[in-house]
Design a protein around this ligand. Structure first.
Ligand SMILES: Cc1cc2nc3c(=O)[nH]c(=O)nc-3n(C[C@H](O)[C@H](O)[C@H](O)COP(=O)(O)OP(=O)(O)OC[C@H]3O[C@@H](n4cnc5c(N)ncnc54)[C@H](O)[C@@H]3O)c2cc1C
Length: 397
């Protein structure tokens, strides 16, 4: 069998997988097939430093890294089909051969943002933020704008609200859940995040939906589900994304049940149902050691999966387990979550100065997670307690 590793993607997962393979002295050929025209870049800055005007695009590696490490990076090349029986991918793109043979294929194709489902979603002045081109298009409109509506208070919507507020816009943040980040942090902790936004001057409309985006020729505001009209010079839609897996049609590669997050069904090392085909990152839905499935859209999760899949492909031992970690920057505070708490876990707030906070989550008396804002050192010190079952009482005393 060929030792050619082909990676469909060109984002964080693709770059880190190639880096981990070469770091493990993988001797075979590595090809990255990347749909975008930019070399792999980091997405977290898009809603933060890029919108603030501090960065343009933060590439994951220096320009010559790929050639120096014998990694064939093909930009503007989209995988349009996979044929596991013949070990080939089908490509689009000007210079691409129609097919490319692989020994191992890794799918790292990320997400496509969900468009606004109601009327007005396609008007000029309506933005999403997934790519550096998206962020550049939004940033180009900020100087002339005074008011913005952000639809969806997940982490990208919250970060965008913070960045636009820092840029001097008046922001209305609309969220159908009872509070921003309620799904990720649970109902007891989410109000701490709401507080950050309201104190910064954001008009947070929780438990409210946008019925339609208004405007003729350009977005001029939104109509909420109670009929209220909110005027805006631009609208940002941050209502999540979904893996764009049309290219797997007919491949026989199993997709995960949407109830578990959908995406590409994988075992606990990233193997899909097709031989020699792996999936990592936002598009992948890995099983844990008990067989429970979850699709996670976090930076560290993608990096951990890239390292595990690279070890598997190269025949190396599985890396030591890590603690799930996620961060989001809101205003001047880093909000961090360690572990995998559920929204209905018991919450123990151990520090709250009116802005910064630290809280533990527990289930049946055992620590399941730690969340903090502006408490980086104290939060990180709890990491070992999440690697082995620890009674939350040990930390509370
Ligand atoms: C604005 C923003 C802010 C974020 N902030 C945070 C944060 O603060 N903290 C955090 O933990 N996480 C954050 N994330 C999430 C993090 O960036 C993702 O988890 C990570 O990028 C996932 O990596 P990936 O390789 O799976 O997908 P991506 O990085 O999205 O890369 C996928 C690439 O595959 C390409 N592609 C798609 N289909 C094909 C195809 N058929 N053929 C070839 N190429 C294809 C896409 O064009 C894309 O370039 C943020 C994400 C965004 C968008």
């Amino acid at each position: 069998m060929s030792d050619h590793v082909v990676i469909a993607g060109g984002g964080l997962g693709a770059s880190r997988l190639a880096e981990a393979l070469r770091g493990n002295d993988f001797p075979g050929a590595i090809t990255i097939l990347a749909a975008e025209d930019h070399p792999p870049y980091d997405r977290p800055p898009l809603s933060k430093s890029v919108l603030l005007g501090d960065d343009d695009r933060v590439d994951l590696k220096p320009a010559d890294y790929y050639a120096d490490n014998d990694i064939d990076l093909r930009l503007g090349t989209r995988v349009t089909g996979v044929d596991p029986a013949r070990g080939r991918v089908v490509l689009s793109g000007a210079d691409a051969p129609a097919e490319l043979e692989y020994g191992t294929l890794v799918l790292a194709t990320g997400l496509r943002p969900r468009p606004f489902p109601g009327a007005g979603g396609d008007l000029p002045g309506v933005h999403v933020i997934r790519t550096s081109d998206d962020a550049a298009a939004l940033r180009a409109e900020l100087d002339g704008a005074r008011r913005a509506v952000v639809i969806g208070a997940g982490f990208i919507g919250c970060e965008t609200s913070a960045s636009l507020t820092k840029r001097g816009l008046r922001v209305t943040l609309v969220e159908p859940a009872p509070a921003p980040l309620a799904a990720a942090l649970g109902p007891a902790v989410a109000p701490f995040v709401t507080r950050l936004h309201t104190e910064a001057g954001v008009d947070v409309r929780a438990a409210t939906s946008v019925a339609r985006i208004l405007g003729e020729g350009r977005a001029t505001g939104v109509e909420l589900d109670d009929g209220t009209v909110v005027d805006a010079d631009l609208v940002v839609v941050g209502i999540g994304g979904r893996p764009d897996l049309d290219y797997l049609a007919g491949s026989g590669i199993e997709l995960a049940d949407p109830a578990t997050g959908g995406g590409i069904a994988c075992d606990e090392s990233g193997r899909t149902s097709a031989p020699h085909v792996y999936a990592i990152g936002d598009a992948a839905n890995w099983a844990d050691e008990r067989g429970a499935r979850r699709r996670v859209e976090h930076w560290n999760h993608t990096v951990d999966q890239a390292v595990i899949a690279a070890a598997e492909i190269g025949g190396h031992p599985r890396p030591a387990p890590t603690v799930p970690y996620f961060w989001t920057d809101q205003y001047d505070l880093k909000v961090q979550l360690l572990g995998s708490p559920r929204p209905d876990d018991t919450v123990h707030v151990v520090d709250d100065d009116g802005r910064k906070f630290l809280a533990y989550y527990s289930r049946d008396g055992v620590l399941t997670g730690v969340v903090g804002a502006g408490r980086v050192g104290r939060l990180m010190k709890t990491r070992p307690h999440l690697l082995t079952p620890t009674p939350v009482a040990d930390l509370l005393t």
